[in-house]
Every structure is written in structure tokens, then in C-alpha cells.
Ligand binder design. Structure first.
Ligand code: HEM
Length: 419
């Protein structure tokens, strides 16, 4: 199956073509009660990934900001072992499915690879160049689809560069990432892709142990610290599993976030113009885009002891959907929450999660989004939706973004940066 066929299958499965705007219904439910039985997909009479993964389990959906934040933060009752059945089975045991104290130790080993300082180096060394060479491919024509021509493969190109892997392999990463995270594809197919991807990564890990470089793979194989339990380091399987997590974690989220922000700005030309004139607004615009239309609607937890959330008793063994999308529009926290407004007073949102598992790629994602926006605003003059197109929308239930963003702008010259 080609990458495009994979994407189409995945997006259909997640309601890309079925659910355009889930927010009115979710808001109605949230106003009735912050906690509801069933997965959020069932509110729309749909079968979501959570229903396929756990068909027989008791499931609840949490819809308020306070409830979702509490679910993320309370590791004693709300366990990340939820991911064992979804991701873990396919990619191996990684940080995302661990609880304390294992999680803390593992995170300490990995987080040094993704610091703000390291992101600054990546930005200078290759990220801006990747954005510019991508823009070069369409800037002379005056038209583009900012999904297919710009955003879709951008995060994977950056991850490949960060890992010191060849840019020619990006379409294989895309295929592997799409198969691994699509629970509607057969287990055999996914296992096959996981093994193929694992073999590919094992070669890079072996090479970096023998020939260290200044890349992410080298950082992971060399990371270590000592604590009461002795020397802590990652073995090859752990490095490979983490790299297998990184690709889908980084790819799907960042490209969809970028597309959603571009959509918000193209639909609000006065805000787009304000941003073009004042790039210091870009960072708050990124956060508003993430609040307004996070790329992933919900994250899972499993209660490992009897718990309570928003005053509702939740027995041990319940699967909990923390529905970030609607929590980010909680009217108790945001005025006119459905409105995209880059001038809002900054207030923490939950698109990156919260607590101990808060997105490890947070500085990475923010840097990638900022650099992409800076170059788009600087290089694509008079950017607007293309004339005569069918109206474009952000769609999807579990994963949300526009399928296409056809735009026009004043044609300009390539700048010919090599990546
Ligand atoms: C805008 C883009 C992104 C969004 C919205 C996002 C969102 C999230 C969220 C909500 C979580 C927490 C999941 C949970 O608690 O169940 C998470 C965890 C994680 N993210 Fe991201 N992410 C983004 C980009 C990235 C990137 C670029 C990377 C690559 C380094 C990355 C790597 C990770 C990892 C490794 C974790 C697991 C952290 C842990 O378990 O301690 N993410 N992300």
C-alpha cells in the first residue's frame, strides 16, 4: 500500500470525511456533565481507536479542563499502561506507557536530547534550511497546497536530519509511521512494518555505537546517569523502541498542528496580516492554534485503583478518555472558547498534555512550528486561499486537520538553500 493510500485509509477510519466539527456536540455534553460513560467516538455513533482496542472494557470520557488535567497529573490512580495495548504491542516498551518510578528514570535519560539549547542548534543547522528548500519547490508558481507541498513531510524530514538518517528515506518513515499507528490495519501487517522499521533503526544504532556523531541517535546510545540503583543507560532495544515512538509522535502531531494554525490564519486574514507585520506574535499564535484545534482529540489512561474525577467515582480497571479537544474550550477558563483569537491572554492549554508525561517534544514542536511560520510569513507575500476553491475545513474526530490547503501568493524567487 502506498503512503497516500495509507493516509486515506487512516483518515477515513478516524472520521476525517465524516465528522467536520465535533465541538458543538462535545460542548453540549460537557455542559450536562464533565464525565460521561463511553468513548467520545460513541457520542457520534462512530467506532474509534479506543473502541477497537478495548471492545469489552468500561470506558468513560472526561470533558472539562480540570478533569482532564487531573487525569494527566494523578499517576497514582490514572496509569499510562493504557498505551501497552495500543502502541506498546507494536513498537516495544517506551516511556509513554511507563508509570513511576520507571518513567522518571527513563525520561531523565532521554530528555537531554531535546532541550531548548539543542533545539536552537537544530534550528540553525538544518531546520530553517529544510523549510526553505521545501518552500523553494513551489514559490515560483504562486500557488501551492500547504498540506501536501509543505506541511505533511516537514516533521519527518526534520527528524531524519536530527537522527542523521538519509532524507531519501523519509517516505519509508511516513509509511511505517502511518501503519504503526493505524489500529484498523491487521496486526500482522503492523508487526511486519514494525520489524522492518526496527531492522532499519538497528543498523543506525549499531553504527552510532561504533562511530558517534552529533545526532539524536548518538545522544540516545550514550545517555547515562547514576542513581541508587547504579548506572542507568538505554540498551539497543530501548533506543530502537524510542525511535519507533518518535516518528509517529513527531510526525502526525506537528504537521496537523501546522495545518490547523495555517487554516486559522487563512480564515482570519486580519490576524494573518498582523502576524506578518509583527513576528513576535507568532509564539502566542501557535499556542492559540493548539488550544483551538489540537491535532489529537483525546489521550488514554487506565485506572489502577478506585478513583474519583470531577466528583464522579471511577472504579479500578476503567479506561479513561481524556478529551483534550473539548477541555481546551472549557468556558470556565476561556471566554468565547470556539473563537480563534491570537490576541488572547496566554493561559495553559492541554494539547501537549500535563504532568509527568507532558510532551517530551514540546520545545522541538514549538521550534518547528515557529520556524515554519516565520518562513511562510516572510516568503509568501499576499498569502490567501486560492480563488474559486471549494470551502476548506478542519475535519476528523480522533486526529484533526484540513485534508488540503490550496493557497495563492505573489510568486517569488527560490533561495536555493541546500538541506
Ligand atoms: C504539536 C505537536 C505535538 C503535540 C500536540 C504533542 C502532544 C503530546 C501529548 C498530549 C503527550 C502526552 C501523552 C500522554 O500523556 O498520554 C505527548 C507525549 C510525548 N510526545 Fe508529543 N506532541 C507533539 C510533538 C512531539 C514531537 C515533535 C515529539 C518528538 C520528540 C514528541 C514526542 C513525545 C514523546 C516522546 C512523548 C511521551 C512523553 C512521556 O511519556 O513522558 N511529541 N505529546
Amino acid at each position: 500500500m502506498s503512503s497516500d493510500e495509507m493516509l486515506a485509509k487512516k483518515d477515513d477510519f478516524f472520521g476525517h470525511n465524516v465528522v467536520r466539527d465535533p465541538y458543538p456536540k462535545l460542548a453540549e455534553r460537557a455542559a450536562q456533565c464533565p464525565v460521561h460513560p463511553g468513548t467520545f467516538s460513541t457520542f457520534f455513533d462512530m467506532v474509534g481507536a479506543e473502541d477497537i482496542l478495548f471492545p469489552d472494557a468500561e470506558q468513560i470520557s472526561v470533558l472539562s479542563f480540570d478533569g482532564v488535567e487531573a487525569g494527566f497529573k494523578d499517576q497514582e490512580h490514572f496509569s499510562s499502561c493504557w498505551y501497552e495495548a495500543s502502541l506498546g504491542k507494536m513498537i516495544g516498551r517506551t516511556i509513554i506507557e511507563m508509570d513511576p518510578p520507571e518513567h522518571g528514570r527513563h525520561r531523565q535519560l532521554i530528555q537531554g536530547a531535546l532541550t531548548k539549547r539543542e533545539m536552537h542548534r537544530w534550528e540553525e543547522e538544518f531546520v530553517r534550511a529544510i523549510v526553505d528548500t521545501t518552500i523553494d519547490t513551489f514559490i515560483e508558481s504562486g500557488t501551492a497546497d500547504l498540506v501536501d507541498d509543505f506541511a505533511l513531510h516537514y516533521p519527518l524530514k526534520v527528524i531524519a536530519a536530527a537522527c542523521g538518517l538519509p532524507q531519501e528515506d523519509v517516505s519509508s518513515f511516513y509509511r511505517w509511521a502511518a501503519i504503526l499507528t493505524n489500529v484498523s490495519i491487521s496486526a500482522e501487517e503492523r508487526e511486519e512494518a514494525s520489524a522492518e522499521f526496527g531492522e532499519y533503526l538497528a543498523a543506525a544504532v549499531t553504527d552510532r555505537r561504533a562511530n558517534p556523531r552529533s545526532d539524536l541517535v548518538t545522544h540516545l546510545v550514550q545517555a547515562e546517569f547514576r542513581d541508587g540503583a547504579g548506572r542507568q543507560a538505554l540498551n539497543d532495544d530501548e533506543v530502537i523502541a524510542f525511535l519507533r515512538l518518535l516518528l509517529p509522535a513527531a510526525a502526525q502531531t506537528t504537521y496537523r498542528t501546522l495545518c490547523n494554525l495555517l487554516f486559522g490564519l487563512l480564515s482570519h486574514p486580519e490576524q494573518l496580516e498582523a502576524l506578518r507585520e509583527d513576528h513576535s506574535l507568532i509564539e502566542q499564535a501557535i499556542e492559540e492554534g493548539l488550544r483551538w484545534q489540537p491535532p489529537l482529540m483525546s489521550f488514554g489512561r487506565t485506572t489502577v485503583a478506585d478513583a474519583e474525577i470531577e466528583g464522579v467515582a471511577v472504579p479500578a480497571g476503567t479506561l479513561v478518555n481524556l478529551v483534550v479537544g473539548i477541555a481546551n474550550r472549557d468556558p470556565q477558563r476561556w471566554e468565547n472558547p470556539d473563537v480563534f483569537d491570537i490576541y488572547r491572554e496566554p493561559q495553559g492549554h492541554l494539547a501537549f498534555g500535563s504532568g509527568a508525561h507532558v510532551c517530551l517534544g514540546i520545545h522541538f514542536a514549538r521550534m518547528e512550528l515557529r520556524v515554519a511560520m516565520e518562513q511562510v510569513l516572510t516568503r509568501l507575500a499576499d498569502l490567501r486561499f486560492a480563488d474559486g476553491i471549494e470551502p476548506v475545513h478542519i475535519t476528523g474526530l480522533g486526529q484533526r486537520s484540513p485534508a488540503h490547503l490550496p493557497v495563492m501568493f505573489t510568486p517569488s524567487n527560490r533561495i536555493g538553500t541546500a538541506s
